[in-house]
Design a protein around this ligand. Structure first.
Ligand code: ZN
Ligand code: ZN
Length: 357
């Protein structure tokens, strides 16, 4: 699996006229080698040249890297760029680096050390990661199933008086107990008027009767993320709350209906947006409709009014329309969807009818 990915990257090297590639995005290091330690927060570099990939790690990671990585692992004793540069194949003249993953300081030190031309690149490995293979789809599906279960658990414990943070920590504990490496992002539980903030963090605010409670959660399994949102009402929903909920649900259904290979991301966004605008909530859905999910919670493609991408088989995206009314609250409903060769498979299965707790 990793060999195949490296071969594809080598083709890209050749296309770009590069002799070697320095990978420093941790997700890309993991994607190309299987070295899970790359996701732990320390900086790793992977060097890729035709027919050869080398992963230098210091002694703390040596054993783990030897066990997990499918490429040649060497000890990076001094952790200097001098040492790193010596690992480049002889005759390397043009070295590609990831412009969005190398710091200015690292670039400067590399420039001082290496007698090579440093060539900025963007989204080279990202373009490979766009299309998920079978193993990736299995992991993403497991992460999505765990998000479904965590939501069900949250509904089971939710009651007035608990704080947003209480519910968020319950969700996170549940996911870890059921096999998540970690939450794939900081769990959002936003209630009452705070639910109108699209990316609110969970606070000590007690959940009250009459509140919308927006829960955005995801698990990470073997490095792969899930991302799902559901919104419930505590007590009986008021008329306006029902209207908002129905609008968002209808908008989501319209977007989901449209998904398939060859469909423009902008069109899918427009399908949901026009329903929200038509229901009198124009301007209340102030974010894109969705995004790719994989090793990162937010990756390509983007579904928004500005998007010029087209959905392709193997791509996993979220569909997450929302309506946010300041003072009253907000609703978002988010599912993960896999684009297949002839249509789609929805990976999120948590219920979407309005739940009143
Ligand atoms: Zn989300
Ligand atoms: Zn999302």
């Amino acid at each position: 699996m990793y060999d195949g990915r490296l071969r594809k990257l080598e083709l890209k090297l050749a296309e770009s006229g590069l002799d070697a590639f320095l990978i420093s995005n941790p997700h890309n290091v993991y994607y190309l080698t299987g070295f899970y330690g790359a996701l732990g927060g320390d900086q790793f570099f992977l060097l890729v040249a035709p027919g050869e990939a080398v992963l230098p790690v210091d002694f703390r990671y040596l054993e783990e890297a030897m066990e997990e990585a499918s490429v040649r692992v060497v000890e990076w004793k001094e952790r200097t760029f001098n040492e790193l540069v010596l690992l480049l194949p002889e005759g390397t003249r043009r070295l590609g680096f990831e412009a969005d993953a190398l710091t200015v300081d690292q670039h400067r030190r590399l420039e001082e050390t290496a007698e090579v031309e440093l060539v900025p690149t963007s989204r080279v490995v990202g373009s490979l990661r766009l299309h998920k293979d079978q193993v990736e789809i299995e992991r993403i599906s497991m992460a999505a199933a765990l998000a479904d279960a965590a939501f069900e658990h949250a509904v089971g414990i939710l009651e007035p008086g608990l704080t947003e943070r209480d519910v968020a920590s319950e969700i996170e504990c549940f996911m870890r107990r059921r096999g998540a490496d970690k939450p794939s992002f900081e769990t959002i539980v936003a209630s009452g008027s705070r639910s109108a903030i699209p990316h609110a963090c969970s606070t000590g605010k007690p959940i009250a009767v009459g509140d919308f409670v927006k829960i955005d959660l995801g698990a990470s399994i073997a490095g792969y993320s899930s991302d799902m949102t559901r919104t419930v009402v505590v007590g009986e929903a008021a008329a306006e709350q029902r209207k908002i909920y129905k609008t968002v649900l209808t908008a989501q259904a319209a977007a989901l209906e449209l998904i398939g290979p060859g469909v423009s991301c902008r069109e899918v966004d427009a399908a949901a947006r026009s329903i929200i605008d038509g229901a009198g909530y124009a301007g209340r859905f102030a974010h894109g409709l969705g995004h790719g999910v994989g090793l990162e919670v937010h990756e390509s493609p983007t579904l928004s009014p500005k998007s010029d991408e087209v959905l392709e088989p193997g791509v996993v995206v979220t569909i997450e329309p929302g309506v946010y009314v300041a003072g009253l609250g907000g609703v978002r409903i988010e599912d993960m969807v896999l684009v297949t060769g002839d249509g789609k498979e929805i990976l999120s299965h948590a219920p979407k009818e309005l739940i009143q707790i």
